[in-house]
Design a protein around this ligand. Structure first.
Ligand code: ADP
Length: 589
């Protein structure tokens, strides 16, 4: 685009052109008029001189005295710096101030002479062959008794007039030049005055455009500019209000989006980002700032998401899809995608809302696994029971020795089923209680809990001649649910007994620090290999299936312990060395 001229220079050049043109016209007109005036004056002068000599010339005409006339012409011509020529009506020159009349041509053909005879007193400027220069002539008839007896011609050289005229013209031009310079300066001042408020308004508009509403121009005098300024002021106020309301709306939307737990991604039709909130950015591990306009593939490298977005852009209904991503392990996102429409309901892109459903999916997996495990755990005893019942019915009932043995096996499996169901019920009870408003916690003495647990386990401990040593201060108290904590300690003790050889020792140590109450159950049994430790507290997880089942284990004992400890707001840890023993530690807050 061609660079626009400044208003100041546009106005200024117009002003200047106008001034210079009018000045030139004025100079031309005045010098022209002056020339005319000068010529008129000169004509009158020449005429007046010719009339002055008329009388003297008449005296020398009758009788004609050429010599006197000539010497008179020469005398007066010298005195008045005028060329004077006297001619007879025949055109013969009888006197001339500058030349010898005898040597001069007959002047009958001279235009001024012809004009004088015709009664005109016109002025003539022409070249004088006699004097070899341009002259201005005027000729007058000299009459006697109504008859023309001679013609007096007065003349002066044109260069004399030209010199005088030139001098005046130079003065006029010089004056004009000074006026032009003055006009240029004044024009500049006036133009500046006219354009200054416009310049101020321009600066104002620029600062408003830059979001600066503080700047206001100084007092504006002219009416039109003042109207413009008012309009500008109104516009600026309106703009500021709209801008601030827009900003507020934007901040609100921004706040809503950034407070959302759900990830929100908006893309345009070319799959370029319009918006991504903090939650979405965190899900995909990218920075949400400065992504506007960037391609989705460039920022998020997830083919599932890209395919989902393309699908949403090409479809006209709400689409739901699960997307798997890898960030700190596997994560499952449940995405809902819809078209993004503008105010005119035109499709401008797609909006994706993502929910992190990793936890739900994991729970679902756990539930499925749990159901499978429970079914498996229950199926074994049920199959056994069914088998032995059929055997009994098929005749074994009549063999008292076998019947008794089979019935004992059936009883064992029923006990096992009962144990599994008891443990499952306990687990579900603990989960239910800790889930809602939490379990009831009251301040209680830990030693009492330990003693009761030891008492409950005494029977099986004695059966293996295992000694349970306790080391617990009487004063140690904590916020606990005594029956549940007791169950947890019993489970740990029973495991310790189950997985220890006869005549070994089990230690229970209770300590209290500033933050925690620590209950440690330590045995010198078979221990656990390190690889099993992370999964030890999962339901139905067993290190050695056969041994656990033989010893009446359900695989739920440690899961119950973990849930009880979690319901107390604490945690459980384990350290173990195979063939040396295990140490389970309950940390209560
Ligand atoms: P179980 O009813 O089979 O004992 P638990 O949940 O109580 O189920 O224990 C899970 C598994 O942890 C057990 O099968 C066992 O292999 C191992 N375990 C638990 N406590 C001990 C321990 N004190 N010493 C060795 N192994 C243990």
């Amino acid at each position: 685009m061609a660079r626009k001229k400044k208003l100041l220079w546009q106005l200024y050049t117009s002003f200047l052109m106008l001034t210079i043109t009018s000045l030139a016209a004025a100079v031309w007109y005045s010098s022209h008029s002056l020339k005319q005036f000068f010529l008129d004056q000169t004509k009158m002068n020449l005429e007046a001189r010719a009339y002055l000599f008329e009388k003297q010339i008449l005296e020398h005409l009758d009788p004609l005295d050429e010599k006197d006339i000539d010497s008179f012409c020469k005398k007066i011509g010298r005195q008045t710096s005028t060329r004077i020529t006297v001619m007879l009506p025949s055109g013969q020159v009888v006197g001339d101030s500058d030349k010898d009349p005898g040597a001069m041509d007959n002047h009958v053909d001279r235009p001024e002479f012809i004009a004088a005879l015709g009664g005109n007193n016109n002025i003539f400027i022409r070249y004088s062959r006699t004097l070899d220069k341009d002259m201005m002539y005027i000729a007058l008839p000299v009459k006697k008794d109504g008859n023309i007896v001679a013609v007096i011609r007065t003349a002066i050289p044109v260069d004399a007039i030209d010199d005088a005229l030139k001098k005046i013209q130079i003065k006029i031009a010089f004056g004009g030049l000074i006026i032009a310079v003055l006009a240029a300066i004044i024009s500049l001042v006036i133009t500046r005055r006219v354009t200054l408020p416009i310049k101020q308004i321009k600066r104002w508009a620029e600062s408003v455009a830059n979001g600066d509403f503080q700047f206001k121009p100084a007092v504006i005098e002219s009416e039109e500019i003042s109207v413009l300024s008012d309009a500008m002021n109104h516009m600026s106020t309106e703009l500021r209000e709209r801008l601030s309301s827009l900003m507020q709306q934007r901040n609100e939307i921004e706040a809503v989006l950034s407070s959302m737990v759900e990830g929100v991604i908006a893309v345009d039709m070319d799959e370029h980002f319009i918006k991504m909130n903090a939650a979405a950015a965190a899900m995909f591990g990218c920075n949400p700032s400065g992504i506007h306009g960037r391609g989705i593939q460039e920022v998020i490298r997830n083919t599932e998401l890209q395919r989902f977005i393309t699908q949403v852009l090409n479809s006209h209904k709400l689409i739901e899809k699960d997307i798997m991503i890898y960030s700190d392990g596997e994560k499952y996102l449940n995405g809902h995608g819809t078209l993004l429409l503008d105010a005119k309901k035109t499709q401008i892109g797609a909006l994706i809302v993502l929910n992190d459903v990793t936890h739900i999916r994991k729970l679902e997996n756990i539930r499925q696994e749990f159901v499978a495990n429970v079914s498996h755990e229950i199926k074994t005893p049920i199959t056994a029971i069914k088998g032995f019942v059929e055997t009994l019915r098929d005749g074994a009932l009549k063999e008292p020795e076998n019947a008794d043995r089979f019935l004992k096996i059936i009883e064992k499996h029923v006990t096992r089923l009962e144990a599994i169901i008891d443990d499952l019920l306990s687990l579900s009870r603990i989960e239910k209680n800790s889930g809602k408003e939490g379990i009831d916690l009251t301040e209680g003495r830990i030693k009492d809990v330990i003693e009761k647990a030891v008492y409950d386990s005494k029977f099986i401990a004695d059966s293996k001649k295992i000694k349970i040593e306790r080391n617990c201060d009487d004063n140690i108290r904590a916020k606990i649910n005594a029956p549940l904590l007791e169950q947890a300690v019993v489970n740990l003790l029973e495991n310790a007994i189950k997985y220890s050889d006869e005549q070994t020792e089990i230690n229970i140590k209770v300590n209290q620090t500033e933050d925690e109450t620590i209950i440690n159950v330590l045995d010198h049994g078979i221990g656990i290999e390190k690889k099993h430790l992370p999964r030890l507290f999962e339901r139905f997880y067993r290190v050695d299936n056969g041994r656990s089942r033989d010893s009446g284990g359900t695989g739920l004992g440690l899961a119950i312990v973990k849930h009880i400890v979690l319901a107390h707001g604490g945690r459980i840890s384990v350290e173990s060395t195979p063939k040396k023993g295990s140490s389970f530690v309950i940390h209560l807050p």
